[in-house]
Design a protein. Structure first.
Length: 171
């Protein structure tokens, strides 16, 4: 689950934004082109969790908190099937009425009962609550997640997207 302050700030979001919007965020056309090409040629053959046919690229983020500030670091990109992707974003699944499907899939792939899933989710929600209470975040992209010639520019752009999100909110 993605902490609430970081919703809508992702590589997937960037590759779906219009070129003009991306340029407004300071991204050069050449970098935009390379980012899209990279994203759309990522392998989507097999789900790394359950082995079924993959359809989605999942962004694996790690979250660190210190002195009331958070760092969200994109650690890797993995191919997932739509069900595993949905199960990973249980909050999102709930908002589109697919919570039950996601919970059952979580139980199945972890070979646990729905009751165990509920208990696990309680813990996950606690972590999510505390991460979501952090309002100051910095975004980092680990080396080797993106081609080195675009990594730093894309990282800057994600941070600008995050800033803009807050600027818009306060107006
Ligand atoms: Zn899967």
């Amino acid at each position: 689950m993605v902490p609430a302050p970081l919703w809508g700030v992702s590589l997937a979001k960037l590759v779906r934004m219009k070129t003009s919007e991306l340029m407004h965020l300071g991204l050069k056309p050449g970098v935009i082109e390379r980012l899209r090409k990279f994203w759309f040629t990522l392998p989507r053959d097999e789900c790394v969790v359950c082995g079924s046919r993959a359809s989605d690229i999942d962004e694996f983020w790690s979250y660190y908190v210190g002195d009331g500030r958070g760092i969200a670091r994109l650690v890797s990109l993995r191919s997932l099937c739509s069900q595993c992707h949905l199960a990973k974003h249980i909050g999102y699944a709930s908002t589109i009425g697919k919570r039950e499907i996601a919970l059952k899939h979580l139980a199945k792939i972890n070979n646990i009962t729905l009751l165990d899933v509920d208990r696990l989710l309680d813990k996950i929600y606690d972590i999510w609550d505390s991460l979501s209470s952090i309002t100051t975040w910095r975004i980092e992209i680990s080396e080797e997640v993106l081609p080195e010639d675009i990594r730093v520019e894309v990282e800057k752009t994600l941070n600008r997207l995050l800033e803009e999100k807050y600027t818009r909110k306060s107006h």
